[in-house]
Design a protein around this ligand. Structure first.
Ligand code: AMP
Length: 296
């Protein structure tokens, strides 16, 4: 496995792979890898010849007062996990390699970034799209794998690639959960035992809303109320938002009518830790299918 630190080396490795007739698969991460990240690596391994994992805690996507400085890091552990997943190349650059000076050029995707996580984190998605656009530019033509855990991020990155004609196929992969329903996240490491015990209420709330849709509920207000009421049973969990949105364009949905792919998405704080989660709802000819993700 290659372990690269410079933009020039990563670009050369990807160019070399393509020149040899190999397809390139890209898995961008911030490291502190877990089974959610590993599921993306497996999808890339199954679909591509040369698999690149990037590990970079991107300062640009953290707002003032957020957890940039204490974000968990474990490069040695991450490299071992990448080896186990038969990754071909890990790119783990220093911040000054990615940003030799503060960038004057950033990428902004309008509208899709405005509500949901964009409300509490107004500069977050510009940081994400800027670093992902840079990675796409360095890696070149590839298939890039993103988790549906970050459903808004996936919609935003897809739209960026489409709008800018980037030579990248964006693939969304299933959300991976712990056995008790908590969505895997590097930030789960912040939770103390009591907070960890309370955290599965987020998935329980989303599942209650999903079950209500299966039972015939079509009013988004009602679904949001179900989520709020369920989360309220854990006083240590503060819901930041819960929204019912179209999965692709992220338009708010008032009433579920006709066929479509929807999201019920939320963010919440447990102590100082901010977590996100969502479920997918697919409606076809009156039939409802829930996408609850899968368990490790
Ligand atoms: P992060 O390191 O948190 O920036 O995440 C890197 C990639 O892994 C993103 O595409 C995430 O959506 C994805 N990811 C993180 N957690 C999960 C999870 N629990 N299930 C599936 N994908 C995930």
């Amino acid at each position: 496995m290659l372990h690269l630190q410079t933009v020039a080396d990563l670009r050369a490795a990807c160019d070399r792979a393509r020149a040899g007739g190999h397809s390139v698969g890209l898995v961008p991460t911030m490291g502190f890898l877990h089974a959610g990240h590993r599921s993306l690596m497996r999808a890339a391994r199954a679909g591509c010849d040369f698999v690149v994992v990037t590990i970079f805690v991107n300062p640009l996507q953290f707002g003032p007062g957020e957890d940039l400085d204490r974000y968990p890091r474990d490069l040695a552990g991450d490299l071992a996990q990448c080896e186990e997943e038969q990754v071909d190349c890990v790119f783990a650059p220093a911040a000054r390699e990615m940003y030799p000076s503060a960038p004057l050029t950033t990428v902004h995707v309008a509208r899709l970034t405005e509500g949901m996580c964009g409300a509490a984190r107004p500069t977050h998605f510009d940081g994400v799209t800027t670093v992902v656009a840079k990675l796409f530019a360095i890696v070149g033509p590839c298939t890039a794998y993103f988790g549906r855990k970050d459903a808004q991020q996936l919609a935003v990155v897809r739209r960026m690639a489409e709008d800018l004609n980037l030579p990248v196929t964006v693939v969304g992969c299933p959300l991976v959960r712990e056995a008790d329903g908590l969505a895997l996240s590097s930030r789960n490491a912040y939770l103390d035992p009591e907070e960890r015990a309370a955290a599965p209420v987020l998935f329980a709330a989303l599942r209650a809303a999903g079950d209500a849709v299966v039972a015939g509920e079509r009013d988004a207000q009602r679904l949001r109320a179900i989520v709020r009421e369920t989360v309220a049973k854990e006083p240590s969990v503060a819901l930041e938002y819960v929204d019912v949105r179209d999965a692709q364009g992220l338009e708010p949905v008032a009433t579920i009518d006709g066929d479509g792919e929807l999201l019920v998405a939320l963010a919440a704080r447990i102590g100082a830790t901010r977590l996100i989660d969502n479920i997918g709802i697919s409606i076809r000819g009156g039939d409802v299918a829930l996408d609850l993700g899968r368990t490790v």
